[in-house]
Write a protein that binds this ligand. Structure first.
Ligand code: AMP
Length: 208
């Protein structure tokens, strides 16, 4: 099963992806996580990406596309993947389609986790992320329940950057909903509910 996750930052894509990984053994490919790892490692890519990320802007397409291409070719991605945070605009979606076609693979579903903007602002501003494994939890959780790592507030989860990220989502990423509807692979869930309720719908939609 090859899946693309769509939805605003903070909609719960990573949480749903994690549950799908556990149940279906898919590989979770989060471009945000890959970029944050590159920033932490201070690699050439990380140094180039950091200023865009801190400003809540998209990192230039070619940098992210190269990262995803490489990841999709790895052995562990051959049995199925969940792309989380990619594609973020139409150019990335078109490139993904042609890359998959050249690998004789295709997408089975584009899953939209739909959450209204006012809920997103509240969720993101109180979100804490594990420095070691990327696990997210609401403010007040200081130690990662999954790996014991330190929980921190991402720079781009601070109020001044949240609105910018939502604007970028609306103008550049939201049009992908129609793109995938046009390809007849769009599935939609209401993400403004408890995690397990959302996941029950996700699973039903993907296995129907
Ligand atoms: P995320 O964790 O998915 O919210 O991503 C955090 C930041 O990484 C975004 O605000 C962008 O700056 C950058 N980023 C992640 N994925 C992409 C992508 N597909 N294209 C461009 N920039 C990205």
């Amino acid at each position: 099963m090859n899946i693309v996750l769509l939805g605003a930052p903070g909609a719960g894509k990573g949480t749903q992806a994690q549950k799908l990984v556990e149940e279906f053994g898919l590989v979770h490919i989060s471009t945000g996580d890959l970029l944050r790892a590159a920033v932490k490692a201070q690699s050439k890519l990380g140094i180039e990406a950091k200023s865009y990320m801190d400003a809540g802007k998209l990192v230039p397409d070619q940098l992210v596309i190269n990262l995803v291409k490489e990841r999709l070719q790895a052995d562990d991605a051959q049995a199925g993947f969940i792309l989380d945070g990619f594609p973020r605009n139409t150019a990335q979606a078109v490139t993904l389609d042609s890359e998959l076609a050249s690998m004789e693979r295709n997408l089975d579903a584009a899953l939209l986790v739909d959450v209204k903007p006012d809920v997103i602002v509240k969720r993101l501003s109180s979100r804490r992320t594990c420095r070691s494994c990327g696990y997210t939890a609401p403010a007040g959780v200081d130690v990662c329940p999954r790996c014991g790592g330190e929980m921190y507030q991402r720079d781009d989860d601070k109020p001044e950057t949240i609105q910018k990220r939502l604007d970028v989502y609306q103008t550049q990423t939201a049009p992908l909903v129609e793109y995938y509807r046009g390809h007849s692979i769009l599935k939609e869930v209401d993400g403004d509910r408890p995690v397990d309720e959302v996941y029950a719908d996700v699973k039903a939609l993907l296995t129907a």
